[in-house]
Design a protein around this ligand. Structure first.
Ligand code: NAP
Length: 508
């Protein structure tokens, strides 16, 4: 991820002359690396730069290295289709392997010299006269014909709005900013949150902490996990007969796709999933009171469904206490909960998620008229096909509004968007013209999204979640089969755009 809301580190060296590239890409996660590969491979163009604020590639898979971090999408599916990985060691890959896979791709695709590491983009402004993007970074100023923003939705950690954060004298950290040097042995630890990160971190933290107190505001729906080691014979087969891994990928894709009707149109279907989760809880949690505290009161899928066999056993360890209430504040020495109880702890771990629906990058990207995305969106991000925004010419968002998924692999969505972006670049003569989506087309598309999403579990499931934006709309998730998004983005729909040639002096 490249754009930050942290301006403190953002000091651009003034003297460096501005450098022009045809394509500026933000972020080295799946989106940024995939975009750079496709531009090189499909268009034969290496006039690109990728800005990465971290010292290495990998995006959220580089940043999130809390204990137990692992993907909850099957490994065979969680990779770029044109770069399969036969070496996954587990059916659900651990974070380090995904990070190494992404770093490996930057070498394989010859991108290392195209990446500006440790470089934060502090602002990107559309220059209406020259028809190009002016980009300020901590490494100086750049300009580009195209801006491909792939900062990822899980880039900016969020802390809850609770009192006493400054008062607490122990150690505070967020799962997304884990400190590998922190030794929890013999420490009293609090974990705030019970979402996807917490259910992976808690079982591992519990192994070393003296005492662990977990603060749960809302219980999650927990499903049995079918994670297992990938046997060496399977890996040999994957290498010698790649078709086998492709078939497994197709199978993993299909059964995840089969869950979509229950999430979007037929909530009744969710009962099947709910009974599996209830049985899982009944099998793993003996104490009826604890079981009650861990039972969600909303429909499954309303928040992300979490697969794990380790969460419930961890909560029942001798050294672990579940407080079934929100953390409401910190004192000098501990955490206060909504029931008024106070737990004295040495370390507080916030597993409290990310700024997702508000898309923080929007503060830094200004389009026609100098208005930022955040100003234009006014709390509800909108983009045509999740990718282009009216008034922001030649800007392409990867994992933009309404492209997130509750069930399937986001890499599939990114690849769909890349087809569209390559089409757009070709339609604009690879830098000779500018495309700006017509507002009516974008509005019509987004209205359709909202109509579709109205019946979904994300709206009607009876929960609050980060899928919902400041205006109460679900502008984060894709409300249909993912193959339908692939169909929609297969070709660039130039009729939805205003395409204008750029002044001769701007074309490279
Ligand atoms: P999250 O799902 O947003 O969970 C945040 C948790 O913090 C929720 O349980 C929330 O409770 C809780 N919380 C917030 N304020 C609180 C307070 N004051 N007291 C107690 N609890 C509080 O964040 P995340 O777990 O980091 O996951 C974010 C997303 O990242 C996931 O949905 C997933 O898409 C992705 N992710 C994926 C993986 C994977 O692939 N394995 C792993 C980690 C993350 P409420 O539910 O009440 O809001």
């Amino acid at each position: 991820m490249s754009l930050t809301t942290d301006q403190s580190t953002a000091t651009a060296p003034a003297e460096k002359p501005e450098r022009h590239v045809r394509y500026a890409i933000l972020g080295t996660g799946f989106g940024g690396i995939g975009a750079a590969y496709r531009i090189q491979h499909d268009l034969g163009d290496r006039d690109l730069l990728i800005f990465e604020r971290h010292p290495e590639a990998g995006g959220c898979w580089w940043a999130n290295h809390y204990p137990g971090a692992q993907c909850d999408i099957p490994s065979d599916l969680y990779s770029l289709s044109f770069a399969p990985n036969p070496d996954w060691t587990r059916t659900y890959a651990p974070q380090g392997e995904i990070r190494d896979y992404l770093i490996g791709l930057t070498h394989t695709f010859g991108l290392r010299d195209r990446i500006k590491f440790n470089t934060t983009v502090t602002s990107a402004r559309w220059d209406e006269d020259l028809a190009l993007w002016r980009i300020d970074t901590t490494d100086g100023a750049y300009s580009a014909n195209y801006l491909i923003a792939a900062p990822g939705p899980l880039a900016e950690p969020t802390l809850p709005d609770i009192e006493g954060l400054d008062e607490y004298q122990g150690t505070v950290l967020h799962t997304a900013e884990w400190n590998d040097d922190l030794d929890l042995t013999g420490k009293r630890v609090a974990v705030v949150g019970t979402g996807a990160s917490a259910i992976q971190a808690v079982p591992r933290i519990a192994e070393s902490a003296l005492e662990l107190t977990v603060f749960q505001r809302t219980p999650a729906w927990i499903m049995p996990h079918v994670d297992r080691e990938v046997r060496s014979i399977e890996r040999v087969i994957y290498k010698r007969l790649p078709i086998v891994q492709r078939l497994r990928r197709a199978w993993a894709f299909s059964w995840r796709e089969a869950m979509i009707p229950g999430f979007v149109w037929m909530p009744g279907l969710q009962r099947g999933l709910e009974s599996i989760a209830h049985r899982h809880r009944a099998r793993q949690v003996a104490d009826p009171e604890l079981r009650r505290a861990l039972t969600p009161s909303y429909r499954i899928g309303c928040k992300r469904v979490l697969p794990t066999n380790k969460w419930y056993p961890a909560l029942q360890r001798e050294n672990v206490t579940l407080i079934p209430h929100a953390a409401t504040g910190l004192t000098k020495t501990g955490v206060v909960a909504a029931d008024g109880s106070e737990s004295e702890v040495d370390v507080v771990v916030f597993a409290t998620g990310f700024h997702v629906a508000d898309i923080p990058v929007g503060d830094h990207v200004a389009g026609v008229g100098g208005r930022t995305l955040t100003e234009v969106w006014d709390g509800s991000p909108q983009a045509h096909k999740g990718t282009t925004v009216a008034g922001f010419p030649n800007l392409f968002f990867l994992v933009g509004p309404n492209t997130g998924l509750g069930t399937n692999s986001i890499v599939y969505m990114i690849e769909s968007q890349l087809n569209y972006v390559i089409g757009a670049i070709e339609a604009t003569g690879r830098g000779k013209a500018v495309c700006d989506v017509r507002r009516e087309a974008m509005d019509e598309y987004c209205e359709k999204m909202q109509k579709k999403i109205k019946g979904s579990v994300w709206v009607n499931g009876g929960c609050a979640s980060w899928y919902i934006d400041a205006n109460g709309k679900v502008t984060t998730l894709w409300p249909d089969f993912t193959f339908r998004f692939r169909q929609q983005t297969k070709h660039f729909d130039s009729g939805a755009y205003r395409i204008t040639p750029v002044p001769a002096r701007t074309t490279a």
